[in-house]
Ligand binder design. Structure first.
Ligand code: GAL
Length: 652
């Protein structure tokens, strides 16, 4: 693990060679340690097939290395050059409407195209040979943002052949596939695997198991694509980490699976852009347009810490206005610093700003950098320098503290509830994030766990928000858990093959929870069913038959929250007020100490420190917590976008 430090994304191929030297010197002056380069430069490495030019890259790395900078080299496979498309015209992905995508931007390849996968391996191998022993090289990034621009799915002939092959391997016989998918329904039975279609361009919806299997297949292709590069890079330099830069709210492939062939997870954090393109309510968008939604970056920090098995970076950090949202506001002064500190609070090793200098040409010319296009410092330049200075005085060396609360986040549940929404607007991810935010508003550290978790030992509260189907690991984890467990609506309501379990949801043995969901209704979001006391149910409402204790019921007397011992079940998707009420109840039952945080303030602990950030556009005052012994940065009075770091009495 690396002690917290800064990085930057740099494109030497965009600038004349004469400025490399001063760029590198200035990066070092800012306090930057890591520079990511290379990820879009294939047309400069290989302008025509087989004509290789790595000399300029080595010179660029020499210059960076001379200034003490360490290089993360991104393989350029997200941007295959034009000649590649001539060589493999069918490598272009096909959208769900059957239209082939064109050349002229990026990510135009199809994950299922084995010819392109081989080309990606070929250029990776050549680059590994060319620069693998360069002294400035400190790690690799594979490709760039898998799945960005809706590229996980392709409905091409290559995808169809690959899917059929994958199904044959999964099911063995076509009868087994027919049974798993329920193909007898509507006479959809197949006689052979090569008859199976992709789930697009059908008259109406495909069988849900068909759709889900296609998503599983597509996810496996992304992981397989990554593995090709991982194997090559590790064979060349077993000692260097392989990293990928994931994204915010991108869930169409299983990141846990892909990370089996990574050493470190990273993600690209653009808080303002992400808020602008999100489905957050308009008032949230207005309130936080210059700061970002206060729980969104944090949620991803915690998610990617889990994906990376504890090791994670920010590979791209927003430095100013971006170019790709509907509107692209300027961050509040101080946010480029706050975002970095918040990432470090959640355990980030490196926060790397995107990008060094704003490009005056092409698609992203309106995207800010640390430097303006005229090479003068942009505001984030100074904020990054400040972070670098502060890191020296704060001196973090340990990891993020293990939380007392954990949430299980499962990619298959995301897919399943997209395949079968049943209520327009029901979002698995939004449901998970609402629970996450409800814990965090009390200053609790939250960990995210994968569905393969076999033990919840050490946690006081674990929430399984809306799990598609149980697996053996989770079944044994919940059976042995001695803390408080919250199981949310829809959990265990399907089998792995997307059928209703014989026992009905939540499909648990009665000694754990004597409860059956006997009916489900879903509602237009404008309709809320009131809950006795406070809060409401919207979207998803379950009719529960249970011998367990009813804690909360709705206005019609239907159970909403029930418990059997320390196991709680929530039978509906709640309004914010209801989610808060349920979480507050659990926290009280578990007797967890909480903090009293002013609105808009968030915090996390790491290495004996509690790092507070102020997402408000105005000042706020902290009430010092009883476990704090003083401040190592800032004070109880936080200005807008301020950061305060308190030392804790007991380290850890
Ligand atoms: C990321 C991408 C970068 C750049 C950036 C702009 O999604 O990885 O290459 O396009 O967005 O914000």
């Amino acid at each position: 693990m690396i002690n917290p430090t800064l990085g930057v994304c740099y494109y030497p191929e965009h600038w004349s060679e004469d400025v490399w030297e001063s760029d590198a010197a200035r990066m070092a002056e800012v306090g930057i340690a890591y520079v990511r380069i290379g990820e879009f430069a294939w047309s400069r490495f290989e302008p025509t097939p087989g004509d290789l030019h790595f000399d300029w890259l080595i010179r660029a790395m020499d210059v960076l290395g001379k200034h003490g900078l360490k290089v993360i080299f991104g393989t350029p496979t997200a941007t295959p050059p034009r000649w590649m498309v001539d060589r493999h015209p069918d490598m272009l992905a096909v959208d769900a409407q059957g239209r082939q995508k064109g050349f002229g931007s990026r990510r135009h390849y199809d994950f299922s195209h084995l010819g392109y996968r081989e080309e990606a391996g070929r250029i990776t191998r050549l680059l590994a040979e060319a620069i693998g022993d360069h002294p400035a090289l400190a790690g690799w990034q594979t490709d760039n943002e898998y799945g960005c621009h809706g590229t996980t799915y392709s409905y091409s002939p290559a995808a169809k052949a690959g899917f059929q092959h994958w199904l044959a391997a999964k099911y063995g016989t076509v009868d087994a596939l027919n049974a798993a998918w329920g193909s007898v329904f509507w006479s959809m039975e197949y006689n052979r695997f090569d008859q199976v279609e992709l789930p697009n361009l059908l008259v109406c919806e495909p069988a849900p198991a068909h759709d889900l299997d296609f998503r599983r297949y597509a996810s496996d292709q992304v992981a397989a694509f990554n593995k090709v590069q991982f194997d090559i890079l590790k064979a060349k330099r077993p000692d260097l980490p392989v990293i990928h830069n994931f994204m915010s709210r991108t869930t169409d492939f299983d990141h846990y699976d892909l990370a089996e062939t990574l050493d470190i997870a990273s993600w690209d954090s653009y808080p303002l852009g992400h808020l602008a393109v999100s489905t957050e309510p308009e008032e949230v968008k207005r309130q936080y347009m210059r700061q970002g939604e206060p729980d969104n970056a944090a949620f991803h920090h915690d998610l990617y810490r889990s994906v990376g098995h504890g090791r994670w970076w920010i590979m791209e950090q927003q430095p100013g206005p971006v170019n790709w949202a509907k509107f692209n506001p300027d961050p509040l002064p101080g946010m480029a610093r706050l975002w970095a500190w918040e990432a470090f609070a959640h355990g980030a090793e490196v926060v790397s700003y995107f990008r060094w200098r704003q490009a005056p040409f092409a698609q992203e010319q309106m995207h800010a950098g640390l430097l303006r296009p005229d090479s003068e410092p942009a505001p984030a330049y100074h904020e990054a320098s400040q972070v670098a200075e502060e890191l020296k005085t704060v001196g973090i060396t340990g990891p993020a503290t293990k939380g007392r609360v954990a949430l299980v986040f499962d990619y298959q549940s995301e897919w399943a509830w997209e395949v079968q929404a049943q209520a327009q607007g029901f979002s698995h991810a939004a449901h998970v994030r609402a629970l996450y935010a409800a814990f965090r508003r009390h200053g609790l550290d939250v960990d995210i766990l994968p569905p393969s978790t076999t033990s919840f030992a050490g946690y006081a509260i674990v929430a399984i928000p809306a799990l598609f189907a149980w697996n053996d690991a989770l079944r044994s984890a919940i059976a042995e858990f001695d803390g408080h467990l919250l199981i949310g609506p829809r959990s265990g309501s399907k089998t792995e093959n997307f059928s209703i379990p014989t026992r009905l949801a939540p499909d648990l043995p009665s000694n754990l929870l004597d409860l059956k969901v006997i009916r489900v209704e879903t509602l237009d979001p404008s309709i809320e069913v009131e809950v006795k006391g406070s809060g409401a149910i919207h979207h998803w409402r379950e009719r529960i038959e249970t011998k367990a204790n009813v804690v909360i019921e709705d206005g019609d007397g239907w159970p909403v929250l029930v418990n059997q011992g320390k196991l709680f079940y929530l039978g509906g998707s709640g309004s914010k007020a209801l989610v808060h009420r349920v979480v507050d109840y659990l926290i009280a039952e578990a007797d967890l100490p909480t903090l009293s945080l002013p609105a808009g303030i968030r915090c996390r602990t790491r290495d004996g420190l509690r790092i507070y950030v102020n997402y408000n556009a105005s000042a706020a005052t902290l009430t010092p917590a009883s476990d704090e012994t003083g401040y190592v940065l800032g004070s109880a009075d936080l200005p807008a976008a301020g950061v305060t770091i308190a030392r804790l009495a007991t380290a850890g």
